[in-house]
Write a protein that binds this ligand. Structure first.
Ligand code: F6P
Length: 361
């Protein structure tokens, strides 16, 4: 039986991280008498040996809190770790140091809470011999092998709430309101929030858009007397034959591309082609912050409990996943083998089409 597990949160933060940490600590200590070490700031803490024991007090009162009590980092890959000497930064492989740090601290298994980037690192460490269990996190919901990542539904609620607010001002001013939401490669947030918030147009990375089709939807509405429209656009959306709008590159990040700007691009083009006044809102990190909704607190708690249960039963090299209504172990290798895009025939896509939401195609 494992006596001590380490836990870290890696990559962008996400509502529900603390719910997972709390569930891991409570069930590891309470059910199995294990010790838990918190690893601070993602894989940075694993390299720098920034560990502290997590007891029941440490996780008291955190269920409703956004962010992560452990801190996180979306750089600091131990396999290409930035080391600065004399003002010059080089990227070196310090993965063996991580294994040594865990060994000397008595950590026998790592619970890694992360998205595609962090779980890919966790998988590589697992291949070096470290027992690992992954927990799927990202507001983008684009991790393969699980129906839902925790945090996604909270982000959808935030985007839905923004759309509700934009709806009333759009109607008052007879404007087109464009809302840019997160979703680098997958349009799950845009699609779900668009349906929940009554968007007239949803643009997402999986369906490159034709601007004239978007204009048609808005103009047709105006001709019917609906002199306003709501457009939700995922940051990774792109025009047919065109590219995503890159805002900047983040050196040392597992996924260095940072997107941003598609909302303004679409807004300007729509104002021109529809002749209607248009305003753009970029929701940004509001989607990542704040208190998780009940769904994500429950899912995060289930994931945390399942991760410990699987650790106790000797499993490793797996990720806990939600499939249908059940939490199951899936090979970590499968989870990071590809991203989960919105399938073009997905029921949500068809639902959007049936109720007349324009998808730009
Ligand atoms: O992957 C999660 C995510 O929130 C993406 O939707 C977004 O593109 C990215 O992270 C933003 O990262 P950062 O916090 O580094 O700006």
């Amino acid at each position: 039986m494992i006596k001590k597990i380490g836990i870290l949160t890696g990559g962008g933060d996400c509502p529900g991280l603390n719910a997972v940490i709390r569930a891991v600590v409570k069930s590891a200590i309470g059910t199995y008498g294990m010790e838990v070490a918190g690893i601070y700031d993602g894989f940075k803490g694993a390299v720098e040996k920034d560990f502290k024991p997590l007891n029941l007090d440490a996780v008291s009162g955190i269920l409703h809190r956004g962010g992560t009590i452990l801190g996180t980092s979306n750089r600091d890959n131990p396999f290409q770790y930035p080391v600065t000497t004399d003002g010059k930064t080089e990227y070196v492989d310090l993965s063996r140091q991580v294994l040594d740090n865990f060994r000397t601290a008595g950590i026998e298994l790592l619970v890694a809470i992360g998205g595609d980037g962090s779980l890919s690192i966790a998988r590589e460490l697992n291949e070096l011999g470290l027992p690992v269990i992954g927990v799927p996190k990202t507001i983008d919901n684009d991790l393969f092998a699980t129906d839902y990542t925790f945090g996604y539904q909270t982000a959808v609620e935030t985007a839905r709430d923004a759309l509700d607010k934009l709806h009333t001002t759009a109607e008052s001013h007879h404007r087109v309101m464009v809302l840019e939401v997160m979703g680098r490669y997958a349009g799950w947030i845009a699609l779900a929030a668009g349906i929940a918030g009554g968007a007239d147009v949803v643009l997402m990375p999986e369906i490159p858009y034709d601007l004239s089709k978007v204009c048609q939807v808005i103009t047709a509405r105006a001709n019917r007397g609906k002199k306003y429209s709501l457009v939700i656009v995922a940051e990774g959306a792109k025009p047919r034959g065109g590219e995503m709008v890159v805002e900047r590159m983040v050196e040392g990040s597992t996924d260095p591309v940072r997107l941003g700007g598609i909302g303004n691009k679409v807004g300007a083009a729509l104002e021109k082609c529809t002749g209607m006044e248009t305003r753009v809102t970029v929701l940004g990190h509001l989607q990542r912050g704040g208190s998780p909704i009940g769904f994500d607190r429950i899912l995060g708690t289930r994931y945390g409990v399942a991760a410990v249960e699987m650790a106790a039963s000797g499993k490793s090299g797996i990720m806990v996943a939600l499939q249908g209504s059940e939490i199951k172990p899936v090979p970590l290798a499968d989870a990071v083998s590809q991203l989960k895009f919105v399938p073009l025939e997905h029921e949500l896509v068809l639902t959007a089409r049936r109720i007349g939401i324009g998808l730009g195609d």
